[in-house]
Design a protein around this ligand. Sequence first.
Ligand SMILES: Nc1nc2c(ncn2[C@@H]2O[C@H](COP(=O)(O)OP(=O)(O)OP(=O)(O)O)[C@@H](O)[C@H]2O)c(=O)[nH]1
Length: 324
Amino acid sequence: MAKTYCHIVEYPMPKSPPANLESILLEAIDVTPNCLGVINSDKEVIYCNQHYASIFGVTREQAIGRKASDLLRHAWETKQGVVINTNDFEQWLSNVHSLHTEKALNQYETDLLDGRWFKMTRINLDSGNIIIMGVDITLLKQAQKSLEDAHQHIESLVNTDQLTGVHNRRSYNQLAKQECARAIRFNQQLSLLVIDIDYFKVINDNFGHEGGDSILKQFAQICSDLLRQSDSLSRIGGEEFTIILPMTDSEGAMIIAERVREHIAKYSFHTTKTNNNINVTVSIGVSSLTAGDKVIQDLFSRADMAMYGAKRGGRNQVQLAQDE
Ligand SMILES: Nc1nc2c(ncn2[C@@H]2O[C@H](COP(=O)(O)OP(=O)(O)OP(=O)(O)O)[C@@H](O)[C@H]2O)c(=O)[nH]1
């Protein structure tokens, strides 16, 4: 049988606590950056440090002896200390009371009007007293916020076409899939425009790649100005764009497509001060959700074919997909 060994390490016995331990502890509580308060069973503050008092916008001396609910009311009335977003303080207070259960330990986060955040721990002692301790987590919260902002920024970068600022192909794929699923589920209308700028190679040849880029930017801006908030314009290729039109039937989609075509054809595009009054036209294919459609690709294929029909038909025109 295997033997087991147990190493017993002997530590020196602690010396008896110093006679002035109480004053040392009280001093420690005062200098800590965290907050600490003690509340009795009548919910009155019987001891606290200045950080705890600052939660209510009062001094330590003003806090001791007062009920915690009165201190919160004072903070709310004077707009100091803890952030209390309510027009009905009594209702807010009763909600707070219902959150503080009889559990031995409750934890929550609280923010102050001066920007500080505390992670609060509320300990219900057997004696009926309650100890409330708050650790300053302001730096943690700031780091969390920066991380969230950075995440949002990255999210927008990966979904945005860097030249024109509209949705890119990746974002189009996501949006189109979502809108198609929603329209099928709720039996709603949905239309799609596929737009291709005519003879864009000639524009590039005449005005250079930079000139072409400038035309693309102006084109995206004109289209964006014509659309509703719920419509989404995406650049899915070099000079190829799509517009997703939720809750729009083929008749409505044709009106919008014609409006886009007309505005583009009339607009005086420019690349430099001297190169202005450039004429640009577009060919647009339109398709709308039909009973047999299962995925957005079904709509896209029809709109794309219609767009090529518009090219073949002489460009600067809108064509509705066949059988619609
Ligand atoms: N400036 C610029 N040009 C681009 C960009 N992406 C693609 N292109 C150009 O767009 C042109 C597209 O030309 P084509 O596909 O031949 O079509 P088109 O000249 O528009 O002719 P049609 O579509 O038949 O009317 C090519 O010359 C590409 O180099 C871009 O980001 N910026």
